[in-house]
Ligand binder design. Structure first.
Ligand code: SAM
Ligand code: SF4
Length: 436
């Protein structure tokens, strides 16, 4: 029996999808890229912005025909929109067999067992041997939920309060992903660097400890993490990043706005000055670090002066890239009660901000032409630098290899380059990295 998984939203959702996929594989299902081959179709939804939710709902509507084409097929809806609108989904789409909200993902295995009871599934559908995941770059969730109350954000409502996985569990997952072929591990959480858990060090194990311990797992070449919150970007974390060779020199650090009054209204507990000082600290500790961000434009009450402050911060911060989001009203959040902008104004600001960031980011990419980077090949001829730039690589390189690449060209989104110097192939033998 095959399953098809469609994921909307952030890396947390991608990691949740991977985890649900592993549960399904443990029960004998195999993944497929073709929905027509699938007997179980999962839609992992996002509700952070209205647009993502709307897209998922129209896909769910279309699945009625998919299901009708073959009796016994199952439709499963999971994730943040499923948490927020469970009853609505069940009533509006009777062809949906199971709704699993984001707060219940850790129980997915148990919940899905009932659905996959063979008696209630088409007897003709064929079971297959589980396959293993062979991703070079894998996600490991270290915490769930969020204790913040950013006034625009639905996440704390649909994912609940913070809970942290025990360090032993995190390290076991890192080892599992490495044994399946991963070379790069991305630690995940909504405020990933707030991680703490009772440890063996006479104090809590914190995120800095975790970075070091995950990096020390045999076979781990690269460690990244997402999404850190500026508040928890402590000296200890910066020091651990700078002194642990496996931790990559790249950081996605959402700023949301460059205006202090707006940051205050968003309840972001830092100022533009704090944020910029933090970037200086990071750059002093890791001179080559690439920094990216999230910005929201059109937050209720954002004046023209506030918006100009955001543009000025983008220039000052010298971001390598970023995501500019149009503010989206989320029912139930404090900001939803505040007067919002006409959509055209939000659109205009979005375009202006995007144009600025694109232009700065393109300059940065062009400045990389002629420089050499270690690129970890992820699939085909595509890989990433330690600074998380995507590179199309020409030359002798296979998935899982780390190769020295000279950058020859910069496009709007990616870089191009060719293998330059000797090839390093990573392989694993009895748990040790070998290079040839
Ligand atoms: N926890 C992370 C943090 O605090 O930076 C971010 C997680 S959130 C799922 C990802 C991004 O979505 C945020 O950084 C923010 O820019 C954006 N976002 C969240 N709520 C939004 C809203 N109501 N409208 C537009 N963008 C939003
Ligand atoms: Fe949302 Fe703020 Fe929590 Fe990030 S820190 S998930 S933006 S409430």
């Amino acid at each position: 029996m095959k399953y098809y998984l469609r994921t909307y939203g952030c890396q947390m959702n991608v990691a949740d999808s991977d985890e649900m996929g592993r549960h399904l594989q443990a029960r004998g299902l195999t993944p497929t890229e073709d929905p027509e081959e699938a007997s179980v179709l999962l839609v992992n939804t996002c509700t952070v912005r209205q647009h993502a939710e709307d897209r998922a709902f129209s896909e769910i509507g279309r699945l009625k025909k998919w299901k009708a084409r073959q009796p016994g097929r199952k439709v499963v809806i999971t994730g943040c929109a499923a948490e927020r609108t469970k009853e609505y989904l069940e009533n509006r789409f009777p062809h949906v067999d199971l709704v699993v909200g984001a707060k219940s993902i850790e129980d997915f295995g148990r919940i899905v067992d009932g659905l996959l009871d063979r008696r209630s599934t088409d007897e003709d559908l064929e079971y297959a041997i589980p396959t293993s995941d062979d991703k070079v770059s894998a996600f490991v969730t270290i915490m769930r939920g969020c204790n913040y109350s950013c006034t625009y954000c639905i996440v704390p409502y649909v994912r609940g309060r913070e809970s942290y996985h025990p360090i032993e569990q995190v390290l076991a997952e890192v080892r599992d992903r490495v044994s399946e072929g991963a070379r790069e591990i991305t630690l995940l959480g909504q405020t990933v660097n707030s991680y703490h858990r009772d440890g063996s060090k006479g104090r809590d194990t914190d995120f800095a400890d975790l970075l070091q311990e995950a990096s020390a797992v045999d076979g781990v070449e690269r460690v990244r993490f997402i999404s850190p919150h500026p508040y928890y970007m402590t000296d200890r974390v910066i020091d651990a990043m700078a002194t642990t060779p496996q931790v990559c020199e790249s950081l996605h650090l959402p700023v949301q706005s460059g205006s202090n009054p707006i940051l205050k209204k968003m309840l972001r507990n830092y100022t533009r000055e704090h944020y910029l000082a933090l970037l200086e600290k990071l750059r002093a500790a890791m001179p080559g670090i690439a920094i990216s961000t999230d910005v929201i434009v059109g937050f209720p009450g954002e004046s023209d002066a506030d918006f100009r402050e955001t543009l000025a911060l983008i220039r000052e911060a010298r971001f390598d890239w970023g995501f500019i989001f149009k503010y989206s009203t989320r029912e139930g959040t404090p900001a939803a009660a505040w007067e919002s902008f006409p959509q055209e104004r939000i659109e205009e600001r979005h375009q202006e901000c995007l144009a600025l960031l694109d232009c700065l980011a393109f300059d940065k990419r062009q400045a990389l032409v002629g420089t050499d980077h270690d690129v970890l090949i992820e699939s085909g001829n595509f890989g990433r630098t330690r600074t998380n730039y995507k590179v199309q690589v020409e030359g002798d390189a296979a998935s899982g290899d780390t190769v020295k690449v000279r950058i020859t060209d910069a496009q709007r989104v990616t870089l191009s380059g060719h293998v330059h110097g000797s090839r390093q192939t990573s392989g694993y033998m009895d748990g040790h990295v070998i290079r040839n």
